[in-house]
Design a protein around this ligand. Structure first.
Ligand SMILES: [Zn+2]
Length: 102
C-alpha cells in the first residue's frame, strides 16, 4: 500500500501523516472517519428517539399481546392492527403536511 495521506488539523493546523487524529491536539483529522462517526451517532440518537416515541398505548398492546388468555390476545391483536393503521395514517399525514409547509 504505502499510501501517504497528509491531513491538516482544522483546530491547530498541524499536518498529520497517515493519522486519523491530530498528533498535536487530538482533534479528528480524517474527514471521512468524522462523517462516519457523526452518521453513527445520528443513527443511534434516532433509535433512542424512536424508543421514546413508543407511547403508552403501544406499550400497553405489547404487554397484552403476550397475555396468557388467547381470547384477550386475539382481541388485542385486532385492536392493535387498527392502532398500527392509525399510527401509519398519522405519520403519513404528518409527512404530507411537512411537504405542504416546506
Ligand atoms: Zn490539532
Amino acid at each position: 500500500m504505502g499510501e501517504e495521506r497528509y491531513r491538516t488539523c482544522q483546530k491547530c493546523g498541524t499536518i498529520n501523516l497517515n493519522r486519523d487524529y491530530c498528533s498535536h491536539c487530538g482533534h479528528i483529522v480524517n474527514i471521512n472517519l468524522e462523517r462516519k462517526l457523526k452518521r453513527e451517532e445520528k443513527a443511534q440518537k434516532k433509535e433512542e428517539q424512536a424508543a421514546k416515541d413508543k407511547n403508552q398505548v403501544t406499550l400497553f398492546f405489547e404487554r397484552v399481546l403476550d397475555h396468557k388468555n388467547p381470547f384477550i390476545r386475539y382481541t388485542a391483536k385486532f385492536f392493535y392492527s387498527i392502532w398500527v393503521v392509525v399510527l401509519a395514517i398519522g405519520s403519513f399525514l404528518a409527512l404530507i403536511f411537512s411537504y405542504i409547509a416546506a
